[in-house]
Design a protein around this ligand. Structure first.
Ligand SMILES: [Zn+2]
Length: 652
């Protein structure tokens, strides 16, 4: 997934504390896993499954989408293997309507629900005839989802770009797949899958799988069915579906874009260099193992930047900037085809294995395609975010291997796994040299392909294949410090970008020395330089007070033409400044931004800042949220509700 990082604000601290991220835990850091053999199964505290007794190998879905009732209903047929004599299969479900459970001959099987856990949902325990050696069984679960299934967002036509047809998309990570597929929902339990999805005739279904019927098949009652298959075993959070008025354009051999017809041309232009990204990734770390690589540009309510669903990355429309400036997001999701989708965190405590490795890999793709300068700018932006997070987070939460006991895995999605993880790999690269490092990382992907990975397994691999008993190197790398200790080890080094150093000079001249905005060389800057400029903040005690006058804000807004800014990253930085200064003229721009997209990375910090502005900001937040909330995804409203509260229904 792309970064869900929060911008730095005093009020964020309160929010994080409220979410449990700010709690300081007194537990001792866990000891490194013993260096014996790679772990093949790691107990996952976020799943009820007991795969060591019986585990799901394949999921076959036959589901019909009903937009009137906002439900998917039909069957999930599970291929299960078990230890000889075992008679129970435990699945994960949450908020599902289970109608019946049977074997593949139609004989009913007994099933029981476990206690409901607010984070994990329930165990669904199915009693089966005792497993015989070498023989699997099939379990057919007949069920439907509920309208408020957390993984599914049902959009009205008004919430789409085209405005004519409804839209549905799923988001499985981290533990939401269990709200639409009854299976063992743990990233360590890989499953192949197949599906038949029946939808209204005017709509098309796409999945994170090979599409077997591009034109659909006729079904009853004016419906169409689409068939899919994923022959590589994947963690269940990567089972993904979207249904809507979708069209496709190829942008090169084996790569293309899906989106609503009105957005197709813009998407085709924005991502015309996608083949180069795939070629660069393969040149770095070996063959792409998934067949096609396509991008699905979703309606504006998609809460994340991107989600690395195999073969079909789901992406926010805010990446279509018009100038290819935000293509690093595609590089990130593409890199997940190796780090995350091929070698997967066994549990969410090690999401740094997915996200840190991917952030490192993303930057290498950007360097290969767009050059060292752009890659270094991106590194510095990420490093600055990391410093801000390290300053405000509870120390124990700044360990790469994080303690998520009793917590939602989404609590661990912050700059630590992404940016500290990437800094860890960059440190190893710097110490051993790029050639040696690349050979090791490529081998790591090959050795561990289609397998779960733990922090302990990672350390075993790197010691066996890179360090190789070189005790001086072992000491210099500080591997255990990086993985199991808070903060940054002493061998971490800040990246340097000469381009951004020049931006710092311009920012000091404007923000600190109060020069005119007309002296800012804005038109010659890239998106990354513009972001960095607007992210300037006074240091020390001055950081809590406004740093610009009304006249300077007006000068900045007019000279940089910020009311007409179309780049979401740049606009976000400007609006943060505007809110911090209670700058009324920017409120219409702010309102337009908050009601036109629902990406949590942008939306949550802005509402949080508004709320922090008391009498001035709270009425604005409440008014805008009442309008915007119906267009947001539950992932976004779940976060913003905690800040603004749930708006009361608007009369009439
Ligand atoms: Zn990611």
């Amino acid at each position: 997934m792309s970064r869900a990082r929060l911008a730095v604000m005093a009020s964020t601290l309160a929010l994080l504390a409220a979410c449990g991220q700010g709690d300081t835990k007194s537990d001792m850091p866990p000891l490194p896993a013993s260096a014996t053999a790679p772990v093949t199964y790691e107990r996952d505290i976020h799943s009820w499954a007991q795969p060591q007794i019986a585990r799901v190998r394949h999921v076959d879905l036959d589901l019909t989408a009903d937009f009137a009732t906002k439900t998917l209903s039909g069957t999930a047929t599970l291929d299960v293997t078990g230890e000889p004599g075992a008679t129970q299969v435990i699945l994960d479900i949450k908020n599902l309507e289970i109608r019946s459970v049977a074997d593949d001959k139609g004989n009913a099987l007994q099933f029981a629900f476990g206690a409901e856990d607010p984070i994990k949902g329930q165990a669904l325990t199915v009693t089966v005839p005792a497993f015989e050696p070498g023989k699997g069984q099939k379990i057919v679960v007949t069920y439907s989802t509920r309208p408020d299934a957390a993984a599914l967002q049902w959009l009205t036509p008004a919430q789409t770009a085209g405005g004519q047809q409804p839209f549905l998309f799923s988001q499985g990570q981290a533990i939401l797949t269990r709200t639409w597929v009854p299976t063992q929902d743990s990233p360590g339990i890989r499953q192949t899958y197949s599906a038949k999805i029946t939808v209204p005739e005017a709509l098309k279904a796409v999945m994170s799988a090979e599409m077997l019927t591009p034109d659909g098949e006729r079904a009853a009652d004016g419906m169409h069915a689409y068939r899919f298959r994923m022959t590589n075993p994947v963690p269940p959070y990567l089972i993904a579906l979207a249904v809507g008025d979708l069209s496709f354009a190829s942008v090169g051999e084996g790569v293309g874009v899906w989106t609503e017809p009105s957005r197709l041309e813009a998407a085709r232009n924005e991502f015309s260099e996608m083949r180069q990204l795939v070629d660069a990734a393969e040149a770095l770390y070996g063959p792409y193992r998934w067949g096609r690589y396509d991008l699905l540009i979703l309606p504006p309510s998609f809460p994340f930047g991107g989600m690395e669903n195999p073969r079909l990355t789901f992406a926010t429309p805010t990446v279509v900037a018009g100038d290819k400036s935000l293509v690093s997001l595609v590089a990130h999701e593409l890199a997940h085809s190796w780090s995350g989708n091929l070698v997967t965190n066994a549990t969410w405590a090690d999401i740094w294995l997915n996200e840190g490795t991917t952030t490192y890999f993303e930057n290498r793709i950007m360097e290969a395609v767009y050059g060292r300068d752009r890659a270094m700018m991106l590194q510095v932006l990420g490093w600055n975010d990391l410093q801000a997070s390290l300053a405000e987070m509870a120390p124990l939460d700044t360990r790469l291997h994080v303690d998520l006991d009793g917590r939602d895995p989404d609590d661990g999605l912050n700059d630590i796994p992404y940016e500290k993880g990437a800094a860890f790999l960059r440190t190893i690269e710097r110490i051993v040299g790029r050639e040696r490092f690349d050979a090791w990382l490529k081998g790591y992907f090959e050795r561990n392909a289609f397998r779960p990975m733990t922090a302990g397994g990672f350390l075993i691999d790197i010691r066996a294949n890179l360090v190789r008993d070189d005790s001086a190197l072992e000491r210099e790398l500080q591997l255990d410090n990086w993985v199991y200790q808070p903060g940054l080890p002493s061998n971490a080094q800040a990246p340097v970008s000469t381009a951004l150093t020049a931006v710092d000079t311009a920012a000091d001249a404007f923000f600190a020395d109060k020069g005119p905005a007309s002296a800012i060389p804005w038109s010659g800057w890239s998106t990354q330089e513009r972001q960095h400029f607007l992210a300037w903040r006074p240091e020390g005690a001055a950081a809590t007070r406004p740093w610009l006058t009304g006249a300077q804000l007006a000068d900045l807004e007019a000279s940089l033409n910020l009311r007409a800014e179309g780049n979401a990253e740049v606009l976000f930085q400007w609006l943060q400044i505007a809110v911090a200064h209670r700058y009324q003229p920017a409120v219409p721009t702010l309102e337009r931004f908050l009601t036109s997209q629902g990406r949590r990375k942008f939306v949550l910090p802005l509402y949080t800042s508004l709320w922090g502005q008391g009498d001035w900001g709270r009425p604005i937040a409440t008014r805008v949220y009442a309008t915007a909330r119906p267009g947001y995804h539950p992932v976004t409203t779940g976060s913003v509700d905690d800040v603004v509260g749930v708006p009361s229904p608007v009369a009439g």
